[in-house]
Design a binder for this molecule. Sequence first.
Ligand code: UT7
Length: 373
Amino acid sequence: MPQIGRYAHITGWGAHVPSRAVTNDDLSQILPTSDAWIRQMTGIVERRIAEEGEYTSTMAIQAGRQALKMANLDPLTLDLVICATSTPDYLMPNTASLIQDGLGAGKAAAFDLNTACSGFVYAVSVAAGLIKGGLYERILVIGAESMSRVMNWSDRSTCVLFGDGAGAVVLEASDRPGGVLASKLGSDGSGGDQLMVGLGTRLPITEDSVARGETAMKMNGQQVFRFATRIMNEATREVTAMAGLQLGDIDLIIPHQANTRILEVAAKQLSIPPGRIYANLHRYGNTSAASIPLALVDALAEGRIRAGDHLVFVGFGGGLTWGACLVEWSYGPRRHWSVSQRAWRWMRDRVAGVKRGLHSLDRRLSGASRGKG
Ligand code: UT7
């Protein structure tokens, strides 16, 4: 039950993408595809692909660190880390716990949330609910994906669409009105087979199943396209009404970045100018749960968002799932920190790193001495 006079504001944000950019022309060297087809059918120009040694957790840690810096928060003051991902480092341990450790957020709980491309909207909604309900004060929400690792690189109908990356936001409790005003989440499991990655306990991972591409991404593109356009329209309208606003009050919609044609259809259905729907998918392709926070960070960097603006985050994808959040933006595009504040933060990060190292050494030494005993 939300507490009266308690709000959940986004106070920090950050993003990280791998440095390796793969263009449509690069893909046309290894697949029967072309830059013209990919641009015209999707709007994608290039995507970032994780290098060896880069994982969902490592990208998420970079994005999370930036978001904490922006919010000027000590990682030790975080209550919870939520990682929205459908491409975790492992089935166990959960990726959020790896992130929590990597950030030195030693007092935070941590869990993963998997609703595919809707994951970030689900995670922001859950975090806002926990804050408004009075359970937590500060939560780090990250959308992070290594989609390139679950692609069938010989299936041109899917592998050209996706990319890797991570985006993060910090949500904090406040008595100042604003922040996440409304959320609407939904699911239709009967459409689960329309978009799936078969990796899991139900499908044996054998050389054959991998070679047949059964463990990789499969999608019924046309069905998902129809679902996406319908849901973007419906969920945006619903969440706007829930917040007591009109579509004309929305300054910017930040949708899941799957296809510019989906965004164009949605703009028509919502009767809003296409410029009020933010798109950066030409740069990153579809990064699933990372796409909305990556778009948010780019929109902020481009000066597209001002304090007091009403934003809608709207996601749709595997499950099938969908979700929309209405956010009243409460902070200007950037906070500036003095030299002494920056020095203090640098010191704090170093101390957290040393503490983490000592903690892990202690655990190893006590494990070794128990082994001897
Ligand atoms: O993040 C989760 C949400 N995901 C989405 O929202 C994705 C929604 N779906 C889509 O964006 C579109 O369905 C796609 C972009 C994936 C595909 O567009 P489409 O209009 O549904 O095309 P299609 O699959 O019907 O394919 C049309 C043609 C086919 O050739 P024929 O049978 O007409 O000769 C495909 O084989 O395009 C061919 N094709 C390609 N050609 C060159 C499919 N992929 C490629 C490719 N390059 N990469």
